[in-house]
Design a protein around this ligand. Structure first.
Ligand code: PXP
Length: 265
């Protein structure tokens, strides 16, 4: 019998451990230690964003995370802006994956998806050079049909769908949350139909993880800020274990719903 859904991986983004460290200019807390705990607690991989302004993760952190994940046989997902400097760093480290993100210095976080449709000629050579180095390339985009088609056209193997608008609408109890969730579902189906692997992330918390995890085409969630915040109250390991349980439960429930529909059909 064909599997109803794909397996769902969890990438834990440890950027904000570095944010806390950098607030005091100290050597602690150490993002590599957080990565160790995350892998123990059920993270399949580690995600880190080396921003151009180095506001959280540093070049030294990338060195440590690259060797740690290599030792543990786990993937490192490097989030990066599309610049010659970041491309050179990615090529030097050859992480398992690179997720290309838009970056504006004045933004608080990655506020929107990459404009893959408007930047084909800028993205195509970078995507090709990372892929040639054996790095799996993902584009962080809005769940928009034009952006998905453009990500495919530019040669990306993966799209990471920006879940920020949906998660914020849920938190603010706005009625458009259900339409935004449907947009994510449609985008995932379109991307998967084009042969792209589908990831999702940004703003996910315990309340929003289940609906996103239940989208059958989604193969990976990348979650950071909420987990690091929750770690203050419960510890990082417990926070990640709880997230993992919620996402696995949502995926199992969604899978059994699909299987029973298939059995009836
Ligand atoms: N995915 C991408 C591409 C991101 O830029 C971020 C934020 O760095 C995340 C996932 C994680 O988002 P959050 O920290 O809100 O969970």
């Amino acid at each position: 019998m064909k599997a109803a859904t794909t397996a769902l991986r969890l990438g834990v983004n440890i950027d904000h451990v570095a944010t806390i460290r950098n607030a005091r200019g100290e050597a602690y807390p150490d993002p590599a230690r957080a990565a160790e705990v995350a892998m123990l607690a059920g993270a399949d991989g580690i995600t880190a964003h080396l921003r151009e302004d180095r506001r959280h993760i540093s070049d030294g952190d990338i060195d440590s995370l690259a060797s740690l994940t290599r030792q543990r046989g786990r993937p490192l997902n490097l989030e990066m802006a599309v610049t010659p400097e970041m491309e050179a760093i990615a090529l030097a480290h050859r992480p398992h994956a690179a997720c290309l993100v838009p970056e504006r210095r004045e933004e608080v976080t990655t506020e929107g998806g990459l404009d893959a449709a408007g930047q084909h000629n800028r993205l195509a050579p970078v995507v090709a050079s990372l892929k040639a180095a054996g790095i799996r390339v993902s584009l962080f985009i809005e769940p928009d049909p034009i952006q998905i088609a453009a990500a495919h056209a530019v040669g990306a193997q993966v799209v990471e769908l920006h879940t920020g608008a949906y998660c914020l609408a849920v938190r603010e109890r706005r009625p458009e949350a259900s339409a935004l969730l449907q947009r994510l579902r449609d985008a995932a189906a379109q991307a998967s139909g084009l042969g792209l692997e589908v990831h999702a992330g940004h703003g996910i918390d315990y309340e929003t993880v289940s609906a996103v995890a239940a989208i059958p085409e989604v193969a990976e969630l990348n979650i950071g800020h909420f987990l690091i915040g929750e770690a203050i109250f419960t510890g990082l390991e417990a926070a990640i274990r709880r997230m993992r349980l919620l996402m696995d439960a949502a995926r199992t429930t969604a899978g059994s719903r699909t299987s029973s529909r298939e059995a009836v059909a």
